[in-house]
Design a protein around this ligand. Structure first.
Ligand code: DAH
Length: 341
């Protein structure tokens, strides 16, 4: 009996201390200390011992049980510690690993050009104005000397929002001239970029929504020479000091006289090539001296004040600047296109 107890102790403790995991340890506990376990079996045989042997064997049996239990406890702690260590190692954060960089976008090419133009005009003392895209016909046409019956007011060209044609999506940024004159103290130097809308089919050069930049100066003694000098200086800043401009007579209802400004083709130097469609010149904007009727309609004394204004298409400037051949690319927002700028 004594030998059996001692053997059991040795075998059990060895097995327990080298148990590879928690499950194996639990199996060993059941094998040795369980109800049908090895130690229990031995204890059941105590009854067969001589009475004088029993106390010593009982004591030994308790000692063996305690030692086996201690071994189990010890191994359990060891295993827990090992598990923890393994988990910590697996979950360690290596701060020296390269991080995941977030893809950072950039400004849309058209807005890159707009910002450049704004900078140039701000440097000349202009303020930037913003105005409504849903506009009154009064501001989009009438106050701009474009009366009822004028072809520009046709339903076929304009998105009207009411049956009586009083509200529309602005077809030009020119109504911002009126809004500025009605609300700003004189003198005025303003630039008003924004969206405009016309009933056009989408193709390589047309879109029912596009952008214009309106500019206007109202002050004492302002002449056509100021218009030409300023716009020429702006084009030289935008396209380079050797840029050549020209002004051609034109007609707009809200300016008198009116003109269009061209820039000499940078590709062929004016000889004519595919870029300028053989013209040698590229049309950039419409401009003119603000019509006295328009000034007076806004309560401005034309014996003291005069002004000049211009309007240009932003998409066209961006397309020229970045050599973009199709207007649709500007609005499709395909990243493969946008990434190139
Ligand atoms: N609003 C005109 C257009 O859409 C462009 C324009 C021409 C604006 C002459 C002006 C101007 O301010 O003076 O075609």
């Amino acid at each position: 009996m004594k030998k059996s107890l001692q053997d059991l102790r040795e075998v059990a403790v060895n097995a327990i201390l080298s148990a590879p995991g928690a499950e194996e340890l639990e199996a060993l506990r059941i094998q040795y200390l369980g109800k049908k376990g090895a130690l229990t079996k031995l204890l059941k045989m105590m009854g067969k011992l001589d009475p004088e042997e029993r106390p010593a064997m009982g004591q030994l049996a308790n000692q063996v049980r305690a030692e086996v239990e201690n071994a189990i406890e010890k191994r359990r702690n060891e295993l827990n510690e090992m598990m923890l260590k393994m988990r910590l190692e697996a979950e360690t954060l290596d701060v020296t690993m390269p991080g995941k960089t977030a893809a950072v976008g950039h400004e849309h090419p058209m807005y890159i050009v707009l910002d450049e133009i704004k900078d140039i005009f701000i440097g000349m003392g202009f303020e930037i104005l913003d105005g409504p895209e849903i506009e009154q016909s009064e501001y989009n046409f009438t106050k701009l000397n474009t009366d009822e019956g004028h072809p520009a007011r046709e339903w076929s060209d304009t998105f009207y929002l009411t049956e009586d044609s009083s509200i529309l999506l602005r077809t030009q940024t020119s109504p911002m001239q009126i809004r500025a004159m009605e609300t700003k103290p004189l003198p005025i130097r303003m630039l008003a970029p924004g969206r405009v809308y016309r009933k056009d089919e989408v193709d390589a050069t047309h879109s029912p929504m596009f952008h214009q930049i309106e500019g206007m100066v109202i002050d004492k003694g302002v002449t056509m020479a100021d218009l030409k000098g300023t716009l020429d200086a702006v084009m030289k800043k935008l396209y380079g000091e050797d840029t050549v401009t020209r002004f051609r007579p034109h007609h707009f209802p809200f300016t008198e006289p009116s003109c269009e400004m061209d820039v000499q083709c940078h590709k062929c130097g004016g000889k004519g090539c595919p870029t300028c469609k053989g013209e040698g010149w590229i049309e950039i904007l419409g401009a003119g001296m603000v019509h006295p009727k328009v000034l007076e309609g806004c309560g401005i004394d034309t014996s003291v004040y005069s002004g000049w204004a211009f309007g240009m298409g932003l998409e066209r400037l961006a397309m020229r600047r970045f050599k973009i051949s199709d207007l649709r690319l500007i609005f499709e927002n395909d990243v493969r296109f946008l990434e190139q700028f």
